[in-house]
Design a protein around this ligand. Structure first.
Ligand code: ADP
Ligand code: ADP
Ligand code: MG
Length: 463
């Protein structure tokens, strides 16, 4: 087994990894920027190393600083978490070259999945359905116009290197395309240092359904079921649940098998996620992307399967085989996660970080809170605005919804605005309660959801 793990991340995911390491009796080395000197992950790690100033480019994205920290503290492995360097193939290679185990797939697998346009082509070849779209990248506006003409409007322009919903633009017609192309390319260049674009037909009113994958180095690849992440604002997830209410057993089986094929097609090892869109009639599904890392919403899968995914990542990276089979993966009950962000939904979800003046987390049976906040700490403006993840687990979906409402009532965070009240409204909305949310739900219903004086009575008898 690995002995000492450098956690190349911050925030709640650094804490999550630290906890799994400790439960496996592994030592942990936390890294931090000067902005995070007081952070909880630093306080709880076996050791900690400052790797640079607040700006992520100079600290959490600084590969040399991370590798030096790992060497100086005698680590044998690096866990990248999500975001930052987690999907950086060169970093995975650099860890390996430095004699460190990178807790994730090989650099080549990350590279293959990381170019979303190339991944589409690879998936098509592996018999995984993809949305109609461009073959490979569209390198000029003319290329994009031709590809859009071929698949038919509306289309989405997407960044090959994209993530976190950035570098995506919708085009309803030919006349909108040149401006959208320039905008999306500029955003992708700024966010990812790579402006390559590709194009997909826009799937109307789809659901975002994804499958959790685990693969060891002995050729065992299996999935741990699905998550519905359709409640999104600006292509970013806000509420996730497992299992997806809209899947029939036959469709679940077909999508799970496709997800396993997708992982095998890139020679996958470790934990990963295959994301699909399910069309409005719930019949056709399309591969969207593969995320080669632990996912923010992995906890809902843990609650329904009882499998600790970070523990599995650590075991696989230690060279152990998965000790259960696909048939032994059993789903029990229903889990929901709400991401609580420091943001103002009424002001276009503008991030509003600040100091935590008062904090109370919900508790009780079937409740899990993943957060690195504590009373008096500051949520830094330099990084992601996610403040906490509230998770619940209950025997049925309706009971999980009721439990989450109760949690949101108990949850108290003073010091900056959050989306907690908005999530509470969603948990009462009849479309959500009946399991009818598509990715368009939140944007379309935002005005009525933000009218806090009016709580739409949910039709629970429909559930
Ligand atoms: P998930 O599917 O795990 O929910 P998200 O797309 O919400 O993933 O992204 C998780 C985190 O990682 C967010 O903080 C997001 O900003 C960040 N992130 C995702 N992809 C990238 C990327 N390619 N580059 C930088 N940050 C990313
Ligand atoms: P990211 O890497 O930023 O997570 P994805 O390719 O996973 O990008 O897409 C993010 C979100 O954008 C999806 O969850 C979905 O809501 C929307 N989306 C992406 N592709 C399409 C498409 N072809 N049609 C409709 N919606 C899409
Ligand atoms: Mg995605």
């Amino acid at each position: 087994m690995l002995k000492r793990v450098l956690i190349a991340n911050r925030g709640e995911i650094a804490l999550r990894i630290l906890r799994a390491c400790r439960e496996l009796d592994m030592e942990t080395v936390a890294v931090y920027s000067t902005a995070d000197a007081e952070a909880l992950h630093v306080q709880l790690a076996t050791r900690s190393v400052c790797i640079g100033p607040a700006k992520a480019a100079e600290s959490y994205l600084n590969q040399d600083a991370l590798l030096t920290a790992a060497r100086l503290t005698g680590c044998d492995a690096v866990h990248p978490g999500y975001g930052f360097l987690s999907e950086n193939a060169d970093f995975a290679d650099a860890c390996k070259a430095a004699g460190l185990v990178f807790i994730g797939p090989s650099g080549d697998a990350i590279r293959m999945a990381g170019s979303k346009s190339a991944a589409r082509d690879r998936m098509k070849a592996a018999g995984v359905p993809v949305t109609p779209g461009s073959e490979g990248a569209v390198n000029t506006v003319e290329d994009a116009l031709r590809a859009a003409e071929a698949v038919g409007y509306p289309v989405l322009l997407k960044a090959s290197a994209g993530g976190g919903g950035r570098g995506i633009r919708r085009c309803n017609s030919l006349s909108e395309l040149p401006a959208a192309y320039a905008e999306a390319k500029a955003e992708a260049t700024a966010c990812f240092g790579d402006g390559e674009m590709y194009l997909e037909k826009l799937v109307l009113h789809p659901r975002h359904i994804e499958f959790q994958i685990l693969a060891d180095r002995f050729g065992h690849t299996l999935h741990l079921g699905d998550r519905d992440c359709s409640v999104q604002r600006r292509n970013q997830k806000l509420i996730e649940e497992a299992p997806a209410k809209c899947l029939t057993p036959a469709l679940r089986e077909a999508m799970g098998a496709a997800a396993v094929r997708a992982a095998q097609a890139v020679g996958y090892e470790g934990a990963g996620t295959v994301e699909f869109l399910l069309d409005a009639d719930g019949q056709h599904f399309y591969f969207m992307e593969m995320n080669t890392r632990i996912q923010v919403e992995h906890g809902v899968t843990e609650l329904v399967t009882g499998v600790d995914l970070v523990r599995e990542q650590l075991r696989i990276a230690s060279g152990l085989a998965l000790d259960f089979t696909q048939e032994q993966v059993l789903m029990a009950g229903h889990a929901i996660e709400c991401r609580i962000n420091a943001e103002d939904p009424a002001k276009n979800f503008q991030p509003c970080p600040g100091e935590v003046a008062f904090l109370h987390f919900p508790g009780g049976a079937g409740v899990r809170v993943d957060s690195c906040l504590y009373q008096g700490c500051a949520l830094s403006p330099y990084y992601d605005s996610m403040a906490a993840k509230l998770l619940v687990h209950a025997p049925t979906r309706l009971e999980a919804i009721r439990k989450m409402r109760r949690c949101l009532e108990e949850f108290t965070l003073e010091g900056f605005p959050t989306n907690a009240e908005l999530s509470y409204q969603i948990l009462y909305h009849p479309v959500f309660v009946r399991g009818g949310c598509t990715t368009a739900f939140l944007d379309e219903r935002l005005p009525e959801l933000l009218d806090f004086s009016r709580r739409v009575a949910a039709c629970e008898e429909d559930v």
